[in-house]
Write a protein that binds this ligand. Structure first.
Ligand code: ADP
Length: 259
């Protein structure tokens, strides 16, 4: 009887082990697929600006342009180079976060001022699509954080909002203060995200439509940076209606002295 029981447990354990291994194998296949997709999409993202830079610089070098055309060519080369630097920085940031090597330079950050800077930075991009950027805030809370990294988070959120909004729409950045935390909502009335995709958009490399460009790393990086500030990033969205990304950050007790 004892032997039978041991044999039975043994069989059961083997069954469990087989199903765990099977699950692990599926995970490995899935994560390899994600990486393959990422490599092909990132290669495309890198190749497009490189091809443009190569084409323009070769024609300028061969003397094939008049001074005005040369000026336009050099402007394009400079813009595409910036795009490349942005892409490479995004990949490096992601890799640093993955390896827990992202060092934050903490200090007092006046959030409303930071959001005003974001508005200024994104103004031209929004204007190209006739999108109005609106900042709503009655207060100017102080948080303790890395100003450059927080800027990176909000630039990414507003950039996404512009990218996935129709022309002539409006994007609102709303700042609200609570006793222990601040909330920043970036709201758009754009494409929205289906329920099926909503849980996955913060996954690294995930894009609803890879043809839209980008790396699928922006939200993964933003979420990790917010979490490094002891905050949270939540996305609510409805397909065809729009998206609200809410960032909550702990309020610094410095606010007691300024209120
Ligand atoms: P990227 O923008 O580089 O593709 P992100 O991680 O920032 O990567 O976003 C992942 C995906 O989430 C986007 O490709 C898009 O499909 C979706 N997404 C993000 N923000 C929005 C938004 N405001 N409206 C609609 N879809 C969005």
């Amino acid at each position: 009887k004892y032997k039978a029981r041991v044999k039975g447990d043994y069989k059961y354990e083997l069954g469990e082990l087989a199903s765990t291994l099977n699950h692990m194998a599926q995970e490995i296949v899935r994560s390899n697929q994600i990486k393959d997709d990422f490599i092909s999409s990132i290669s495309h993202e890198l190749r497009t600006p490189l091809t443009s830079i190569k084409g323009w610089s070769e024609t300028i070098h061969s003397g094939g342009f008049d001074p005005d055309e040369t000026k336009i060519g050099l402007q394009i080369i400079s813009k595409e180079t910036e795009r490349l630097i942005g892409l490479v920085e995004e990949i490096l940031d992601f890799s640093k976060l993955q390896q827990n090597e992202m060092k934050l330079v903490m200090g007092k950050v006046a959030l409303k001022e930071l959001l005003k800077e974001i508005m200024l930075n994104m103004w031209t991009k929004a204007e190209k699509k006739n999108i109005k950027l609106v900042l709503e805030s009655d207060e100017n809370p102080i948080v303790i954080g890395d100003a450059n990294r927080l800027k990176q988070v909000f630039l990414n959120l507003v950039d996404n909002a512009i990218k996935f909004s129709e022309e002539h729409s409006e994007i609102q950045i709303v700042l609200n203060c609570y006793p222990e935390q601040v909330e920043v909502d970036v709201q758009d009335n754009g494409l929205g995200i289906s329920e099926e995709h909503l849980n996955r958009v913060r996954d690294r490399f995930f894009q609803v439509n890879p043809l839209n460009g980008g790396t699928g790393l922006g939200l993964a990086i933003s979420q990790q940076l917010v979490e490094q500030h002891q905050g949270t990033l939540v996305i609510q969205s409805e397909l065809g209606k729009g998206t609200v990304v809410t960032v909550m950050l702990p309020l610094s007790n410095e606010n007691d002295s300024i209120s």
